[in-house]
Each structure stands twice: as structure tokens, then as C-alpha cells.
Design a protein around this ligand. Structure first.
Ligand SMILES: [Zn+2]
Length: 90
């Protein structure tokens, strides 16, 4: 992790403003979603990247009924569909 040397105060509502320069560098625009993580006692804010509901990969995703599925899992699901139709549902 790299220090930016920037120190900000949390306001009474618990908000912290991300400096404009950081937002430009990270290509964060108004209303862009960010994801908040903890790492030990640290708080990490990352530009939100949807991940696959099955394997947690990020990257190229298809959104289906509000859930993200990666191309690997789509291929796996497509190949298992044949197995599924050949087996009886118990
Ligand atoms: Zn996947």
C-alpha cells in the first residue's frame, strides 16, 4: 500500500472527501460506486468492480437477473446443461 500523504477529517456524519486529484487518477466520477474493505485496522476504498457470483473473478461479466457471471462460468454452465437434461431431477 502506498501513502498519499493526505490527511482528512471525518465529518459529523462519518463522511470523508476523496481528494479531486485521487479521483482523477483513479477515474472516479460522481455517483460511481466504490467498495469498502477492511484489512486489519485499515480501511480500503476501491473502485467497484463487479465479480462473478460463482467464482468471484472480476473482468468481463454478463449480468443476468441482477447477478454477474463471468465467461468461464457461463461456459461451464453451458456444458453442464447437457448433463443436467440427461439426469432426472430427484
Ligand atoms: Zn465465474
Amino acid at each position: 500500500m502506498k501513502s498519499t500523504g493526505i490527511v482528512r477529517n471525518i465529518d459529523p456524519l462519518g463522511r470523508v472527501v476523496l481528494p479531486m486529484e485521487l479521483r482523477k487518477i483513479l477515474d472516479l466520477k460522481v455517483q460511481d460506486p466504490v467498495e469498502i474493505f477492511t484489512h486489519g485496522s485499515d480501511v480500503v476504498i476501491r473502485k467497484y468492480r463487479p465479480s462473478c457470483v460463482f467464482c468471484n473473478r472480476d473482468g468481463s461479466m454478463l449480468q443476468f437477473k441482477g447477478l454477474y457471471v463471468c465467461s468461464h462460468c457461463i461456459a461451464e454452465l453451458a456444458s453442464s446443461e447437457e448433463d443436467f437434461t440427461e439426469n432426472e431431477i430427484l
